[in-house]
Design a protein around this ligand. Structure first.
Ligand code: NVA
Length: 249
């Protein structure tokens, strides 16, 4: 749409609010979804911004519950890669709120901001769990219950970022070695889309330009029994229905 470009967010919100019973926003600026919610007069669901991905959290929490007998307190939940993106930030909050021990593993340059880490440490303390970031892959992966990763370049980021991210994040690719360090009952999750092969135009282009055929996760991990990514994807549908049901009364 022309949101913010040829039509202000406020005007767009007032038009869409007349047409629809609810609006799911999937875009970039967090401030846009907040203004939309403020002005639309109907429920607005955050389907992803550059800062947060709350609806994904519901699907992820449900998937973890289903795989650990609905007893998720104190599980070790590890996110590898670009910690500062919407997924790393949201997962850290989710874990702190639900009592899971969150470990973010990636290069220091890609950590979330100090303030968010501090806030999550406080929330975690109230819920009997911990939050930490590390560059040490072995420390992070050892005895993990959940291993999670996400694309190295998020929506809206420029193409030029690829070269730098590949260099920074290659040591944090989720490999079979990493999975072997985790508990034998560990599961692998990914919010998708995942670059685990070259069957996409971007994947093929990256392979051509940088000689990298698997990015944030090895194909063997993605396709393994431990991988629950398609259960997780299905759970997006069930949890979104629940959110709509809860908010469209
Ligand atoms: N961090 C990713 C999540 C995709 C669901 C992105 O923003 O592109």
């Amino acid at each position: 749409s022309q949101m913010g470009k040829k039509e202000s967010i406020e005007d767009t919100a007032r038009v869409l609010g007349r047409f629809y019973d609810g609006i799911e926003f999937r875009g970039f600026a967090q401030s846009d979804v907040e203004e939309l919610a403020d002005k639309a007069g109907v429920p607005v669901w955050n389907g992803l911004t550059d800062m947060w991905h709350p609806t994904q959290m519901l699907a992820d929490a449900l998937t973890v519950q289903e795989n650990f007998n609905y007893d998720i307190k104190s599980l070790k939940f590890v996110f590898f890669g670009d910690l500062k993106n919407n997924m790393g930030r949201s997962l850290m909050v989710m874990c702190a709120k639900l009592g899971m021990n969150f470990v973010g593993c990636g290069p220091k340059d890609c950590w979330m901001d100090e303030e968010l880490i501090k806030t999550c440490e406080q929330i975690a303390a109230e819920n009997g769990c911990t939050v930490k970031c590390t560059e040490d892959v072995k420390e992070a992966a050892t005895d993990a219950d959940v291993i999670y990763t996400d694309v190295w370049v998020s929506m809206g980021e420029p193409d030029e970022v690829w070269a730098q991210r590949i260099k920074q994040l290659e040591p944090y690719r989720v490999t079979t070695e990493i999975m072997a360090m985790a508990k034998s009952t560990a599961i692998f999750l990914h919010c998708l889309p995942a670059f685990h092969d070259t069957n996409t135009t971007t994947g093929a282009d990256i392979a051509k330009r940088f000689g990298v055929t698997e990015m944030e996760v090895e194909d063997d991990v993605f396709e393994s029994k431990q991988s629950k990514v398609f259960d997780e994807a299905e759970n997006r549908m069930h949890t979104i229905k629940a959110v709509m049901y809860a908010t469209l009364q």
